[in-house]
Design a protein around this ligand. Structure first.
Ligand code: GDP
Ligand code: MN
Length: 383
């Protein structure tokens, strides 16, 4: 789960990390009064959205007068950045930047532990640095049993700074960042840029945190900060109904029983040059209500061209599943073609039922998985 910069900065502050003074504003008028409250000529106005690269998109502006604050806050509020509409801006004191650095704590799958990631190429998007000049990124695995020891934090600090006075400030800062990461079950705690000011102080002028969804139950105060996207809301309502669902970009809706078969179904679609619209495991039941709910869920995404139902009757019997499907299709009003592959216990009876009862509808019945896959991809590309 993502949080906004101002929310991450509040956590930073709680953990003793040096952040710039800032005030959250929801309107131009609020920004103007925040400017007076800040009582400093130069301020930075920043869009608060759940995406990076705001600077490049015009969502970060330096203002030096009330008039500029009015102008930039007005321009940024309502702006669309990578699909997110800005409804809040952060007004921060402008800092005199001498140099910019990158530091984060992140879970690293390769070393299977948290790592410090550090770079002297701060301020730029780290993905870009990683792609173009990976040698500029330093990684320091942290033994989770030892934590961010003094020597570890010093090692990280010396990779970034040559000035001992800065290293001295950086060591407790990095240790606190690590503590925050661990105690709040974060998957990322990032400062980009961490700056050295002309006055010789370290300051976090940006803050980014993401949290492990599976640990949110331990942190109600963080869970409360969640602002799910439309897609995440659909995924959550699917979860509430007992489905395992992940939304994807393609146009072939998939309804499958069993997670392994659902993965194999998506692989197959890709192999035949189609694009799955989702992962959906409906579990092992032939309950028509569940099938209706699953169909509704699939069709709630506007761009579906065909639905592929792939059922293996192991414990559930194919004739039961067929009855469930028939009942479901009698309730649903949809013009979208459906390909059904049904195999396993009582499969001949099941397929026969489908052929009889669904004759005349836009539904194709297949025996093998590859037959169904080819048919679905063909139907999706025809439209
Ligand atoms: P991002 O583009 O979404 O990562 O937004 P940031 O908050 O990281 O800001 C982008 C860039 O704006 C930083 O790398 C700085 O170069 C610049 N910037 C942000 N705040 C200040 C500030 O207080 N003073 C100055 N001079 N530049 C700033
Ligand atoms: Mn940044």
């Amino acid at each position: 789960m993502k949080v906004h910069e101002y929310q991450a900065k509040a956590l930073f502050k709680e953990y003793g990390l040096p952040v710039d003074r800032h005030i959250l504003c929801r309107s131009v008028d609020e920004a103007v009064s925040a400017y007076h409250e800040m009582n400093q000529q130069r301020v930075v106005i920043k869009a608060q959205v759940h995406t990076g690269g705001r600077g490049k998109a015009g969502g970060v502006k330096l203002a030096s007068s009330e008039e500029e604050v009015r102008q930039y806050a007005g321009a940024i509020l309502g702006m669309n950045i990578k699909g997110f509409t800005v409804d809040r801006v952060l007004l921060s004191e402008a800092v005199n930047i001498a140099s910019e650095y990158y530091i984060s704590v992140v879970t690293d799958r390769k070393s299977k532990c948290p790592i410090f990631m550090a770079s002297r190429a701060g301020g730029m998007e780290i993905e870009q640095v990683a792609k173009e000049t990976p040698e500029k990124i330093f990684k320091f695995p942290v033994d989770p049993l030892l934590g961010a020891t003094d020597f570890k934090a010093r090692q990280v600090a010396y990779s970034l700074f040559d000035d001992k006075a800065i290293v001295k400030q950086a060591v407790p800062l990095f240790q606190n960042l690590y503590r925050l990461f661990i105690e709040k079950d974060a998957s990322l705690a990032e400062i980009n840029p961490l700056v050295v000011t002309k006055e010789g102080e370290l300051k976090a002028i940006d803050a980014k945190m993401t949290f492990d969804n599976n640990a949110l139950f331990r942190h109600p105060e963080i869970k409360a900060l969640g602002e799910p996207t439309e897609e995440e809301k659909i995924e959550q309502s699917a979860k509430d109904k007992g489905f395992s669902y992940v939304s994807l970009d393609g146009d072939i809706g998939c309804m499958v029983n069993g997670a392994g078969l659902a993965m194999a179904t998506m692989d197959m679609i890709k192999l035949y040059n189609g694009e799955p619209a989702n992962f959906l495991d409906i579990g092992g039941s032939s309950n028509p209500e569940k099938i209706v709910e699953a169909m509704k869920l699939l069709l709630s995404k506007g761009n579906i061209k065909v639905v592929l139902v792939n059922i293996f009757g192991g414990i559930t019997r194919c004739d039961d599943v067929a009855k469930g499907l028939i009942e479901a299709f009698s309730i649903l009003k949809s013009e979208i073609p459906v390909v059904i592959r049904l195999t396993g216990t009582n499969e001949t009876e099941g397929r026969e039922l489908l052929r009889q009862k669904l004759a005349g509808k836009n539904i194709a019945v297949a025996t093998t998985m590859s037959e169904a896959g080819h048919k679905a991809v063909e139907l999706a590309s025809n439209k």
